[in-house]
Design a protein around this ligand. Structure first.
Ligand code: SF4
Ligand code: SF4
Length: 77
């Protein structure tokens, strides 16, 4: 098997939680397939495992309070 000339770099994302808007419903934690989010002791969503984020946008779409923003980080050439 021949090695590919270029390797595909993993896509990276930022996940930001607006804790003013977050009401602690935990929906984002439940819909994240990669366990990127968890509730903290103030009952706010918290990013705990950013490296596994696939950018699926479930958390952003399902948050009823528009408290999550997911963005892809542009890779440096
Ligand atoms: S879904 Fe939105 S409001 Fe609910 S815990 Fe997550 S960030 Fe907070
Ligand atoms: S974008 Fe998808 S993988 Fe990333 S934190 Fe949100 S639900 Fe999880």
């Amino acid at each position: 098997m021949t090695a590919l000339a270029t390797e595909r770099k993993p896509r990276l994302f930022t996940v930001e939680v607006n804790t003013t808007y977050c009401k602690g419903c935990e929906i984002c934690v439940q819909v994240c397939p990669k366990n990127v989010l968890a509730m903290n002791d103030r009952l706010k969503a918290n990013v705990v495992n950013l490296k596994d984020c696939t950018g699926c946008l479930n958390c952003e779409i399902y948050c009823p309070d528009f408290a999550i923003n997911v963005e892809e980080v542009e890779a440096n050439a």
